[in-house]
Design a binder for this molecule. Structure first.
Ligand code: HEM
Length: 457
């Protein structure tokens, strides 16, 4: 049975464009075939049906464990980084059980407890920046989100190992800076260890160093009683037992910790870098944000910041216009189905195209215009606004990411006067995400003195 609406370009051109200019690729394909098309891309088995009609996305994500599955094997692209035991690689029941284990620590009261630390971390990181000296905002937000994740997930605050892990993670993330240096993720044949200077060789050595440190931390925690009292996610995972009473192995723990670090850190940092860009690119937006934040008075509670309507709309618009993840993970058709009247055979790979959903003119008129008011004027369904995907693999860190984004934006905006150094920022592939191409260059021009400052209560 033929696949629907095949993009009319040679497959190698499609693959190349998907690698170097994914937005151009999606935008030209959707002009030819709105709602649904079949593309030839890299990774994920090569051929993929891109879906951007909310009704079809709903059909996929609400049948995610029946007519469709969310196969872990398709995420093999991330295996060199995250290993085989990460939640992202698991399927079926083991995947469901791992989610049950991981979701609670990321929600509810536990999350609220992180609020004050997040604000403090933002203040500390910003206070290191010299006034009137250009800096790259993406690096600053990476620093913030790395500290946040190390504290919440790892329960690590200080010490030599903490510093070393932090530095190694920073170095490793640099590998994903350009499409070229991260291309070994997409092309397994590029995985050649040609010494410490070759991209793959460098990656392997850094990964080994991180593994050594993580296994040392695991072994130390196993031999001490500390983990039984601790509430960080690492400790909770160590205490968890499956139905046969077995604990997670060292390898499983290592893979899960690295997964949470990587997927949680880089994504949130990118979203916050875009947030700093938009709030300084559009002075009228910044003005409204400041007015709202200042209306909370001198020492607002993090939960009050979290509930601010314009700030919420601003964060949504930031995640809409350049969604950090362009696609959901792949879903695999299990039985003959129809999507928008197009029959699909078992074995077909489909993905919700988050970028294209967020740029549908019927949902978001003038979709390239940044306008937070959209989210105040209208309620979008979870299949119309979906920066965190949905269904069986919906992001488990969504609440933490949005909480962090709001608190960091409020802390920075209310304390510092800053401006953009360069002009317009364009999105560019960074590994499997979409990030600001130049990292958002800024300078701090001064501190806001008379402020009612948010955060530390
Ligand atoms: C702005 C920040 C973030 C964005 C845009 C984002 C986006 C996403 C998306 C699109 C998915 C795939 C959903 C699907 O296929 O339907 C996902 C999955 C996931 N995310 Fe996030 N994420 C963010 C932050 C985080 C954080 C902070 C964490 C944890 C610390 C996290 C952990 C995960 C995990 C573990 C999965 C895989 C879930 C599974 O396989 O069941 N993410 N995320």
């Amino acid at each position: 049975m033929p696949l629907p609406n095949k993009v009319n370009k040679p497959f190698f051109i499609q693959k190349l464009q998907w690698l170097v200019d994914p937005i151009g690729y999606m935008e030209s394909a959707v002009k030819q075939y709105p709602d649904i098309f079949t593309g030839e891309i890299i990774g994920f088995g090569g051929t993929m049906v891109f879906v951007n009609h909310p009704q079809a996305i709903q059909e996929i994500l609400t049948n995610d464990r029946k007519k469709f599955t969310a196969p872990g094997e398709d995420n093999k692209i991330l295996e060199p980084l995250l290993g085989n035991y990460s939640i992202i690689m698991l399927n079926g029941e083991p995947h469901k059980r791992r989610r049950q284990l991981l979701i609670p620590p990321f929600h509810g009261e536990r999350m609220q407890a992180y609020g004050q630390s997040i604000c403090k971390i933002a203040e500390q990181v910003l206070s290191q920046i010299t006034i009137n000296t250009p800096f790259v905002a993406h690096k600053v937000t990476q620093e913030i989100s790395l500290e946040v994740i190390l504290q919440t997930v790892f329960g690590l605050y200080e010490g030599e190992r903490f510093q070393k892990i932090k530095q190694l993670l920073r170095n490793m993330l640099d590998v994903f800076r350009s499409p070229l240096s991260s291309s070994f993720l997409l092309y397994p044949f590029l995985r050649q260890d040609l010494g410490a200077w070759s991209p793959w060789g460098k990656f392997l050595r850094q990964r080994q160093e991180i593994d050594d440190l993580l296994y040392a931390e695991i072994s130390e925690r196993r031999s001490s009683k500390q983990s039984e009292q601790s509430v960080d996610i690492f400790s909770l995972l160590m205490q968890a037992r499956d139905e046969n009473g077995n604990a997670m192995t060292d390898e499983e723990l290592r893979d899960e910790l690295l997964t949470l670090l990587f997927v949680g850190h880089e994504t949130t940092a990118t979203a916050m870098a875009w947030g700093l860009y938009w709030s300084h690119h559009l002075p009228e937006v910044q003005e409204k944000l400041l007015q709202e934040i200042n209306s909370l008075g001198n020492s607002p509670n993090p939960m009050d910041i979290f509930r601010l309507p314009y700030l919420s709309a601003f964060c949504n618009e930031t995640l809409r216009i350049h969604p950090v993840a362009m696609l959901t993970f792949t879903r695999l058709v299990q039985e003959p189905v129809e999507l928008l009247g197009k029959p699909l055979e078992p074995g077909t790979r489909v993905a919700g195209c988050i970028y294209l959903v967020h740029h549908r003119e019927d949902l978001y008129p003038n979709s390239n215009e940044f306008r937070p008011e959209r989210f105040l004027e209208r309620q979008y369904s979870q299949y119309e606004f979906m920066p965190f995907g949905g269904g069986a693999r919906r992001c488990i860190g969504d609440a933490l990411a949005v909480f962090e984004m709001k608190l960091v934006m409020a802390t920075i905006l209310s304390r510092y006067e800053m401006k953009l150094v360069a002009g317009n920022e364009k999105p560019q592939r960074r590994g499997v995400t979409l990030a600001p191409a130049n990292g958002v260059k800024m300078i701090i021009t001064g501190q806001r003195v008379s402020q009612k400052q948010p955060a530390v209560v």
